[in-house]
Design a protein around this ligand. Structure first.
Ligand code: ATP
Length: 236
């Protein structure tokens, strides 16, 4: 396949990405040269011990943090020349993020938590879209509830609905079941993969759970700021 054609099939590309943090003279190199290509629609589990750099890499690939050096292209956009505003605009609608702590706004109902970002992005019918997304995650009967009135699993369903509602090309999930019990966590994983398959989005999911690899097309393992293994997962 010609290079230009191949490239259109790549959702995430990182070339020799490094990240150093701390004061100058006392810097820690967190990422030591990451090379990675993830095709559109692929589901990838990112494994590795605590402190190996998983969250830092995800922060860079999702445009929340800038790399110290290297090239990052996500959803066809070169993050290199972008400032923070540019990155925020690049994320909008293209990238969905689901974190361990659900980060719902406590003063807004489930419906508003999903609809308001759509409204701010100027989407048509934000409340109708939000209602359909909440229905899709099994929360059609909880739309007027506030986060404090929802269980942890329900809050994470709202967070998934919020991430999916704009129809993102890429979903990043950082230990999305970390705060949930096993059964609830399994249901959330099934839901996340179900929504990902239905939308055809690319999914990068950080986990400590090797069993999750059975759901993924690909498993990438990090250690000490580097990728040390890259293999097919159970769903490949
Ligand atoms: N602002 C910072 N300044 C200096 N070091 C930092 C900073 N943020 C993170 N680190 C260090 O970077 C390393 C990688 O952290 P990161 O959170 O990416 O790892 P992780 O693999 O996601 O870990 P965990 O599984 O525990 O979440 C850790 O050693 C951490 O202490």
């Amino acid at each position: 396949m010609p290079d230009s054609q191949t490239r259109t099939h790549i959702a995430i590309a990182a070339r020799n990405v490094t990240l150093s943090l701390g004061e100058s003279g006392n810097q820690t190199q967190i990422l030591k040269g990451i090379d990675l290509e993830i095709p559109l629609g692929q589901s990838v589990a990112l494994l590795g011990p605590s402190g190996s750099g998983k969250s830092s890499l995800m922060a860079i690939l999702s445009g929340l943090e800038r790399a110290t050096s290297g090239e990052v292209t996500v959803a066809g956009l070169d993050f290199g020349p972008m400032d923070e505003d540019g990155l925020a605009k690049a994320r909008r609608g293209r990238i969905g993020i689901v974190l361990q702590a659900f980060h719902l706004l406590p003063t807004m109902t489930a419906l508003e938590n999903v609809a308001v970002p759509l409204e701010l992005a100027g989407r048509d019918d934000p409340f109708g879209t939000a209602a359909r997304e909440l229905e899709a995650v099994g929360l059609g009967h909880r739309v007027t509830h506030y986060p404090s009135q929802l269980s942890g699993g329900e809050q994470q369903r709202v967070a998934i609905a919020r991430a999916m509602a704009p129809g993102p090309d890429i979903i990043f999930a950082d230990e999305p079941t970390g705060n949930l019990d096993g059964t609830t966590g399994d249901a959330i994983i099934d839901l996340l993969f179900g929504r990902q398959k239905a939308s055809g989005a690319t999914l990068l999911i950080i986990t400590h759970d090797p069993a999750l690899a059975t759901h993924c097309d690909r498993v990438i393992e990090m250690r000490d700021g580097l990728i040390i293994a890259d293999r097919a997962g159970g769903a490949a």
